[in-house]
Design a protein around this ligand. Sequence first.
Ligand code: SAH
Ligand code: SF4
Ligand code: F3S
Length: 454
Amino acid sequence: MTTSKRRYHITTFGCQMNKADSERMAGILEDMGFEFCEDPNNAEVILYNTCTIRDNAEQKVYSYLGRQAKRKHEQPDLTLVVAGCVAQQEGEALLRRVPELDLVMGPQHANRLKDLLESVFAGNQVVATEAVHIMEDITQARRDSTVTAWVNVIYGCNERCTYCVVPNVRGVEQSRTPEAVRAEMEELGRQGYKEITLLGQNIDAYGRDLPGVTPEGRHLHTFTDLLYYVHDVSGVERIRFATSHPRYFTERLIKACAELPKVCEHFHIPFQSGDNQLLKAMARGYTHEKYRRIIDTIRRYMPDASISADAIVGFPGETEEQFENTLKLVDDIGFDQLNTAAYSPRPGTPAALWENQLSEEVKSDRLQRLNHLVNVKAAERSQRYMGRIEEVLVEDQNLKDKTQVMGRTRGNRLTFFTGDINQLKGQLVKVKINEVRAFSLTGEPIELRQALPV
Ligand code: SAH
Ligand code: SF4
Ligand code: F3S
């Protein structure tokens, strides 16, 4: 008999939403007496928090799972859990595919992990994918960073973009109350967290599902109101948010960002395509002209704001000319960063059934051409930092050069400079930038707050 603690392992695929869920599930596991273990092969509970946004993300999960399913034949007391978006999409079908699984749980069930596992330990094979009201979690999350943290403000998505699985797997919009969001931020501030990223798949939808309207007929709780409500939480020095939807993005929000000193001048606003016909086929609900107006307005209020986005190439029916409209938008706007992807047909989405699918060759050719332009534009955008003094929040050591630390500017550019992580972690340091690359910067600290002796 061994008395050592039982160990758990979590691997997380996919977006920040999944990462935030994993941190809460890790908190629950620690609360249950489990200890984190880096190597899945040494853990008794293995949890894969999965993503299904594109086919390659889904396939990756199956290859990881296959290995652990094999291990279970030699070690029957192993507990195998699949959480997240593949779990929600596949449900029971996942058990037929991998009968070794003990628990299949959708994203809405993350906070229920303890109950679900107890049922597993009682001898059941459990599938939890029914739509539920997401309960406020009272367990402390086990966060990866001690400097930056994610805070969910709205779960789910009510949009129906024709390519996207998210509404199917994350369910309908559920906003947390402003009080719950603020309380979590205050706790993080007390624990020493300096930067908080507020999260939602469509953060501009925040509050639509909460009760109350203003005398002008506006929802009582909008995301802009939430920013005003939480911006002064003490200890927290920076606030970011993602993801914004061009359809609902307002000038009122832009004004709030310009006005509130802690809100960073960085906007992540996916446009997906620069062509109006394609935007319509995607059911995005805006035109490229509207998108450009949003960016113009942001730059009018905050000339130096960083803009990042997501784009898809090779959507069904996309012509060369329509693709060139995307290139043109990217060229005109000059994104600081752009996540690009080749369209991947997804189960249960309308566009996957259309006949006008493009070949993989066309998609990968367009992806390459777009990525090339993205690199050129990002390098151009980086130039503006040369010689400037930027405030960097130190997060970690530079893993490639341990004499350096790394952090981010307010505009979200990764920045390296020489320094000792033990002294600098969590500090805001003024750094003079003397080297720029497309997606990162290097500089010299010009002013260091001396760590006080204890
Ligand atoms: N809620 C965010 C996006 C969430 S998904 C929004 O509305 O923009 C993250 C990104 O994955 C999307 O912005 C899109 O660019 C990409 N994506 C989603 N479905 C995809 C698909 N079927 N094929 C390729 N890329 C996809
Ligand atoms: Fe998907 Fe569209 Fe919702 Fe974003 S807004 S998560 S792309 S359905
Ligand atoms: Fe993937 Fe689910 Fe996020 S599909 S991108 S993990 S919402």
